[in-house]
Design a protein around this ligand. Sequence first.
Ligand code: NDP
Length: 297
Amino acid sequence: MADAKIIDGKAFAAGLRARVADGVAALKASHGVTPGLAVVLVGEDPASQVYVRSKERALVELGMNSFDHHEPADMAETDLLALIDRLNADPAVHGILVQLPLPRHIDTQKVLARIVPEKDADGFHVVNAGLLATGQPGAIVPCTPLGSLLLIRDTLGRDLKGKRALVLGRSNIVGKPMAQLLLQADCTVTMAHSRTVDLPEECRRADILVAAVGRPEMVRGDWIKPGATVIDVGINRVAAAEPGKTRLVGDVAFDEAVKVAGAITPVPGGVGPMTIACLMLNTLAAACRAAGAPVPE
Ligand code: NDP
């Protein structure tokens, strides 16, 4: 069997970003509105700093406003809630993103719940989760599952009706919304997690396998149905062959899986770039809704 098609998330994300940039220019021209995202980072977690910097860069590149709030690690929860209140009330801010994880003394759910649902650019608010789960319009969908769905549709076409999909991982930010999106696309969806019995067998039934577990290369080649579409959400840093160096791997053993799957996302360069591109899309969509302009697909 020929090796799987490699799904180029980087190229797809570049195309999506270009479409978002066009949408931003159109909204400016038609309504005089520049979409703006407030990015809130509390503390100095190095990985979070890298993510936040790339989000802020992308906003500027696409012609949007980036309102950066980099706060000290000992920021009081009440001060963070007060900042969210100010951003909620600011008409120039169309989306608010609070970079996770927050320091331990802050109640994450309380903070996420404080963001008004219309500005919840990450789609983590319970109102948006509820709109998605009940299939209602206007839900802001979390960026990583949204990006994964766009890659699946680009690979298999828009019609996913009747396909067996397995989502490995049930987090609120990836696994659960991913399963909801696939269900809405008329797939027959199984959700697997750490208590699933005979995971390899469950995986082998899937036409679409989305792995979001955070376990380096856990999904082996012989867990995959021949010809399946494999979306590897995992980002895991492991030791490289060269002493002292590290490298990124996914939740799927790529070298094995590529020989069995029909199509597969690499790590890096698969789902990762889609996450930021979808954050840009969510921000543009929020600005369009606020301005009463048509929302881009
Ligand atoms: P979480 O840790 O929140 O969730 C992991 C899920 O995997 C849980 O549901 C857990 O099950 C399940 N799980 C863990 N171990 C096993 C196991 N041995 N067998 C079966 N299931 C298991 O992770 P996230 O959803 O936040 O992230 C998942 C991965 O995706 C991580 O690698 C993360 O870095 C990556 N990620 C990538 C993004 C991107 O932009 N590409 C964005 C967000 C995340 P249980 O519920 O039973 O504990």
